[in-house]
Design a protein around this ligand. Structure first.
Ligand code: GLP
Length: 220
């Protein structure tokens, strides 16, 4: 694991943008993308660049259950506004949160990930150390699955909703094994509210109690 300290999100976004350019030079075909506030400067760098992503595939980490892609709180909508509208990919996959059978959706998404191995995976981190929506206790061997969100995650994400009751309680998320399968991974973490989670990720033991500590076993 390589730690890069930056002053702010703008610098972090630039560092990641340089990593992206390198990865593309090396022939990357698939990007793994994340929502949340942490990757926003990175997406801004891409939007303002002359990069052409139209031959690439993107796969996203997760989506809330119960929200359609045109719901402003959905992760599909977030990705369209922050990246895809300005920089369309050949194909952009996210889990669908509105399929009648979550089980079928999970199978479909795992197949997509199998067909499109991720070259560079972007991650944020939850205050409780979650990556994607893999809450503490999730197996490091997990594939895409249906998740019951932790109360702390619902509380943290309620800032994007009118009221806490509106926050979905379930999501479909890539599993930790899917994330670890990426050739390289960049995780953004900013600010004091993430300090404890980062301490556990970097200095603690590799334990399912801190999902991001799984990254200690990743080569890049
Ligand atoms: C959500 C997402 C995660 C994200 C986390 C942190 O729970 N599912 O993928 O990393 O929020 O978000 P932020 O970057 O806004 O702190």
């Amino acid at each position: 694991m390589k730690i890069i300290e930056v002053q702010d999100q703008i610098e972090g976004g630039k560092v990641a943008f340089d990593i992206l350019k390198e990865t593309l030079k090396e022939g990357a075909q698939t990007l793994g993308l994340a929502t949340g506030s942490s990757p926003l400067e990175f997406y801004k760098q891409i939007r303002e660049s002359d990069l052409d992503l139209s031959n690439l595939i993107s796969v996203n980490l997760d989506e809330y259950v119960g929200l359609t892609g045109d719901d402003p709180q959905s992760y599909r909508y977030f990705m369209e506004k922050n990246l895809f509208d300005a920089k369309p990919f050949k194909e952009s996959y996210l889990p669908s949160g509105v399929e009648e059978s979550a089980d079928q959706e999970v199978i479909r998404y795992n197949k997509i990930l199998e067909d499109h191995p991720v070259d560079l995976q972007i991650l944020g981190i939850g205050r409780n150390g979650h990556i994607g929506f893999n809450e503490p206790g999730t197996s490091f061997d997990s594939q895409t699955h249906l998740v019951q969100l932790d109360d702390s995650t619902i509380e943290a994400n309620s800032r994007f909703f009118d009221k806490i009751e509106d926050v979905p309680t379930q999501a479909i998320s890539m599993g930790i094994a899917n994330i670890l399968a990426a050739k390289s991974i960049v995780l953004f973490a900013y600010g004091e509210s993430k300090a404890q989670a980062i301490k556990g990720t970097v200095e603690g033991e590799r334990t399912e109690k801190v999902p991001a500590s799984a990254l200690q076993g990743h080569p890049n």
